[in-house]
Ligand binder design. Structure first.
Ligand SMILES: [Zn+2]
Length: 856
């Protein structure tokens, strides 16, 4: 559709012409509970000025129809000015009033105004999600982050509903059997940050207050909402606890009072991402409402997301990037602050371990794709923007900020943030605005900050740091040097740790040296003369962003003793380094699996353990030589069973191993245990087989051909919920029959009616490592459909199709050749589509290299 993919050039042009005084938006969603109603009425009044009277511009609106529009009282002919994506505006005056009356569509893709009907009780729920550019699906606007304006929302909704928005409600009145919710005017914010949440949501309220330096008291009402049928599982107190800790922490550090009045946190169904920082009305995926037992890692992750979104109230909402090139300005900060705040202000003390081990793995993966980009990116249009919510913008950006804190100092970093908020409140910024304050507060000066920025923010790629050690006849270090690899060499502030055994066998740090690594080779002068240690760990304490390598002796120590490293962070770094080496073909996949089999059982950090489980699956399914898969799979399954039986009853480790057994089971005895756990005829002391675990077991059995449709239907009757429906769909798609594969494929490929969550369930079930032959015929169909799916579906669904159905388990030369052929023949395909396929292609090529390394 022309005009749907708004470009940076168009946005710049429009921002140079227009400034927006305010929006009044009226949405009538009284039809929402009627499943046959496909649209809702949306009326928008925009007051704005134009620097060049007589000029033309446009408003954005993605809607099935526009009923009417007036510009400065002049009627516009819908047929002439509206093309489905834009409203053409000609003959602008210095001051303008645009009124657009449209029918907008209820969404089932999580973009725009999403509508969901709860299978448990038939209740209907709505919420909006816009980033980067979907507010135009709900009301006419100027959809770009730098045209900020205040909003007044009015929502007419069914009488039994509650409605939430960015601002508090001003009045709620009855009208024709419905209720009209008028909200107070918001502060000036960007279109993508506006929000409406409506439905019979369950709500829990609380309150936070704080005395400000001027003696006044800041009062912030808190609310947390979820669907009614989830209310029995909703632990709002725990959410409020983290919320209050975060509000205290950010006020302490930022010294800028929370500016958006109230703080609602809404947990919503079928949400496409983890959460969204709408000012005063944050939306979260409702997987964060735990229906079944989850491990501490899940609570930790949720707390991290709560703090991430809260940090955005300042970084992103109060001060917003001018365009999506500087998306990192908000995401890197929020990601960093999520972990930082967690460590400093909450009970979750493994935040930096999780960051080092999981979050950075995402960055390292993304940064080695041919499509990687500098943290400050070149974003030509909103399709580009959609794809840049990636491992670079979030995790690498956050890692680089962690490095900046090591480089500039914590106080300088926060003083820079405080000045940045003061200078740019309610405005828009670019990279230079931040560097300017940091140059002053760090004391390092403009030149140094510019160099730092050029190295870290404006170039792509990851360095490797490898220790080179020479030893004399007495076993003493004559020289320890750090060699830096990579296309662009960067300044790294790092710590190097030397580890040796204690009497009890534990590997502990006996020396730590902090230094700047600048060029290709940097000596660690203080290490000379010390005895050669058992293990040399570069980037100890995880100060910088790099791939850690080892000298031969240290690697030998890890092979026999990785689990003996006492400190959780150092151990997590060792695991992470071994995983990167496996991906790079420097450590055979079977050796990585051997490490997992031998040492995962003693891993005390539950988040690290769960990461090991996921990575072991990838190592086996993708990176191991196909000839080794059967044996490697058997070893993993045996270890899962052994560790499950050995784990402390009722522990997180026990639950994690139970899930891992379901994911790896392949022998008759293992499957019989899974069946027995479901039937209640087998027990593992302390292990509660609750609903989520039941579904994990059913999916495993379904994939192995050991679950009938009748059994899965019966389980769905037992768990007739949103989550149950998704899991049942995944289990049905996982069955090892040609018909099951065809049905899953067709449900997504042949119809655009499937909601986002169900698309995910179908693709997850479709791809099974043990079913490569069954799914092989779909490779050709996949490439045939790519372009039409991209053109016809919403971008969210198209992304799910491209990633979900890519034949990633067909790790062979033929699939690589088919991918290359598509890329060669589709040079003109949408850049965002090509980017996704290039990334899948790169994973496949990496898998083939790793398999060759594993064959030896
Ligand atoms: Zn964010």
């Amino acid at each position: 559709m022309p005009g749907k993919n708004l470009s940076r050039d168009e946005a710049q042009q429009r921002a140079s012409l227009l400034s927006v005084h305010g929006y009044e938006v009226h949405l009538d969603v009284t039809s929402a509970p009627d499943a046959d109603a496909t649209t809702f009425r949306s009326t928008t009044t925009i007051r704005f000025s134009c620097t060049t009277p007589g000029a033309g511009s446009f408003a954005d609106l993605l809607a099935p129809s526009m009923r009417a529009a007036t510009l400065n009282g002049r009627r516009l002919d819908p047929a002439a000015v509206f093309d489905g994506a834009r409203v053409a505006l000609e003959g602008l005056e210095a001051e303008n009033v645009l009124v657009v009356d449209a029918d907008c569509a209820y969404s089932r893709t999580g973009e725009g105004l999403h509508r969901f009907t709860d299978p448990a009780d038939g209740e209907t729920y709505l919420y909006t999600h816009y980033e980067p550019a979907e507010a135009r699906r709900v009301f006419a606007n100027f959809e770009q982050p730098d045209l900020k304006a205040p909003y007044r929302f009015t929502v007419t909704a069914p009488a039994a509903w509650d409605v939430y928005s960015n601002a508090a409600e001003e009045s709620v009145t009855e009208q024709d059997g419905a209720k009209v919710w008028r909200f107070l005017e918001t502060k000036p914010i960007s279109t993508y940050l506006t929000a409406v949440v409506a439905g019979p949501y369950h709500v829990v309220r609380d309150h936070w207050s704080r005395e400000l330096p001027d003696g006044s008291t800041l009062e912030i009402p808190l609310a947390a909402t979820c669907r009614r049928s989830l209310a029995p599982h909703f632990d709002a107190e725990e959410i409020f606890e983290v919320t209050k800790q975060g509000l205290d922490f950010f006020h302490e550090e930022f010294q800028y009072p929370y500016p958006f009045g109230k703080y609602d946190q809404c947990f919503v169904p079928e949400y496409n991402i983890g959460a969204m920082e709408n000012p005063g009305c944050v939306t979260f995926k409702e997987d964060f409402v735990f229906r079944s037992r989850v491990t501490e890692a899940a609570y930790e992750n949720r707390a991290n997301v709560v703090l991430h979104e809260m940090a955005h109230m300042w970084f992103g909402d109060l001060v917003t990037m001018k365009w999506w090139d500087d998306l990192w300005l908000k995401e890197s900060f929020a990601d960093f602050m999520g972990s930082f705040g967690q460590q400093e202000a909450t009970k979750y003390q493994a935040a930096w371990v999780t960051f080092a081990n999981q979050r950075k793995a995402w960055a390292y993966r993304q940064d080695q794709y041919p499509t990687t980009h500098p943290i400050t990116a070149d974003i030509r249009d909103v399709e580009d923007a959609k794809l840049n919510f990636d491992g670079i913008t979030y995790a690498k950006g956050a890692a680089v900020l962690k490095q900046l804190v090591a480089y500039a100092g914590r106080d300088a970093f926060f003083e820079g943030a405080r000045r940045y908020f003061q200078q740019h409140a309610f405005g828009n910024t670019v990279l230079g605005d931040l560097l300017e304050v940091l140059a002053v507060t760090s004391g390092r000066g403009e030149q140094a900050m510019a160099e730092w920025s050029a190295a870290w923010l404006q170039t792509a790629g990851v360095n490797s740091l490898t220790p080179q050690v020479t030893v004399d006849a007495e076993g003493r270090i004559t020289e320890l040097a750090i060699e830096q690899g990579g296309e662009v060499l960067r300044p790294h502030r790092i710590a190097v740790g030397l580890y040796d055994r204690e009497a009890d066998g534990a590997l502990v740090r006996t020396a730590r040296f902090e230094l700047d690594v600048t060029g290709a080779r940097s000596a660690v002068a203080e290490a000379a003369g010390r005895p050669r240690p058992a293990l040399i760990l570069v980037n100890d304490d995880d100060l910088t962003y790099c791939k850690i390598r080892f000298d031969a002796d240290s690697l030998a120590t890890l092979r026999t003793s990785l689990g003996d490293i006492r400190e959780p962070l150092a151990r997590a770094l060792a695991w992470s380094a071994c995983w990167n080496m496996t991906r790079d073909g420097l450590l055979p996949a079977r050796d990585y699996l051997d490490l997992v089999v031998r040492f995962a059982g003693s891993e005390s950090d539950i988040g690290v353990l769960q990461t090991l489980h996921a990575q072991a699956r990838s190592a086996l399914d993708v990176f191991a030589d196909p000839g080794y898969r059967a044996e490697g799979g058997r070893l993993l399954a045996e270890s899962a069973l052994r560790e499950l039986r050995a784990a402390a009853p009722g522990s997180d480790q026990q639950l994690a191993w139970a899930r891992f057994l379901a994911a790896t089971a392949q022998g008759e005895a293992e499957f019989q245990l899974l069946e027995g756990l479901l039937a209640g005829t087998a027990r593992i002391d302390g292990l509660e087989v609750d609903q989520d675990l039941r579904w994990s077991l059913w999916i495993a059995l379904a994939a192995a051909g050991r679950a009938t449709v009748e059994q899965l239907d019966a389980e769905l009757k037992r768990d007739h919920t949103a989550s149950g429906s998704q899991k049942a769909t995944q289990a049905l798609a996982a069955r090892p029959t040609a018909a099951a594969k065809a049905a899953a494929w067709s449900a997504v490929a042949d119809s655009d009616q499937l909601p986002n969550a169900m698309v995910g369930a179908q693709t997850a079930g479709f791809q099974q490592a043990g079913q490569r032959e069954l799914t092989a015929p779909y490779t050709a169909r996949y490439f045939e459909l790519l372009e039409s799916i991209w053109a016809e579906r919403s971008i969210e669904i198209a992304i799910r199709f491209v990633g979900g159905f890519f034949p990633r388990l067909q790790t062979d030369e033929a699939t690589l050749a088919a991918t290359d052929a598509w890329l060669t023949e589709h040079q003109q395909a949408a850049p965002a589509l090509r980017r996704l396929v290039l990334e899948c292609r790169d994973e496949l090529a990496r898998a083939l290299r790793a398999q060759a390394a594993d064959r030896g």
